[in-house]
Design a protein around this ligand. Sequence first.
Ligand SMILES: *Cc1c(COP(=O)(O)O)cnc(C)c1O
Length: 379
Amino acid sequence: MQVPLLDLKLQYAPLKAQFLTAIEAVADSQNLVLGPHVEALEKAVQEYTGSPHAIAVSSGTDAQLMLLMALEIGPRDAVITSPYTFFATAGCISRTGARTVFADIDPATYNLSVAALEAALEKTPNVKAIIPVHLYGCCADMEAIQKLAAKYSVPVLEDAAQALGARHALGAAGAIGEAGWYSFYPTKNLGAFGDAGMVTCKDDALASKLRALRNHGMEPRYYHHLVGGNFRMDAIQAAVLNIKLPLLDGWGSGRRERAAYYRRAFAANGLEKTLTLPAEPWRETSIHAAHHIYNQFIVRAPNRDALRAFLQKSGIGSEVYYPLPLHLQECFKSLGYKTGDFPESERASQETLALPIFPELTEAQQAYVVEKIAEFYRS
Ligand SMILES: *Cc1c(COP(=O)(O)O)cnc(C)c1O
């Protein structure tokens, strides 16, 4: 049996005719950048997340960069985030000239540790933002983070690239802090036919500034009062995403059901102590909405690299996210961090493995994954 880590063709196939019709309409209109499909998507994401404003952009990375530019974060400023995340989170901070200050993760959720965040806030001057990442689709501890942010008067900007559809008691992931962003990269919960992203925010003036920055700070045409960039979304991406967004909650439930199956099957095979399964620290807020949307299903696995090789030999895809935490990346050498500075992030990099999880994954495939993992630890 073959079990890929992710198979995007299975989601595409039943919707193919709808996608091609929508793409043909965009092609016929030759209205290819921004325009009515993009505006419809902004409105839909705004309603879906409960955010006062949603601004469609070219990628999740550009969403974050543009937001930091809009907040005028730059040299002499510091921004606190996790060292255990996709590179873009810290890369965008660096690109503004601000200093990235890392705070270690909570080993149960892989999200920012509130205690580590407080220690970093206490000792770092000029902190201009806190960036929690809702890693793997699991909401960070937003209640505690928002409290600390209020205490230190620092805005919370949420990296919800992996978490569209996740819901904390305080609101949708990405719509709780001052601002947040989503990625529509094809492997995220809501994937476009290429790169695309979205910024959401609360403040009206910030939203206007973001709209201007998206198009080189141009307002009116050929008059520039700000230096922005080309962060615009293509109409074809919006047309595809408008078809998919109404299906997102169903896919989210599919992911959650598959996570629940893994839990039952690992327990039935006596593996719940060998593997550390994902934590679900907050209660669900409704049937379709939950704090963990399982963009990835991450386990801590003893002898991980050998397990991964064994799974690969058995036709099962898996992945190591992220093998080298950001504080140890060569490009961040000048920040002055060293091995041992963030032990939980370093341990997560060494111990965790992502297993196949997507709404089309069958029970037979999941049973096979569990059976092979059980076989690995028996021998
Ligand atoms: C994917 C991702 C991004 C960047 O999004 P792109 O659309 O690929 O630019 C940022 N942060 C996290 C946590 C991500 O997973």
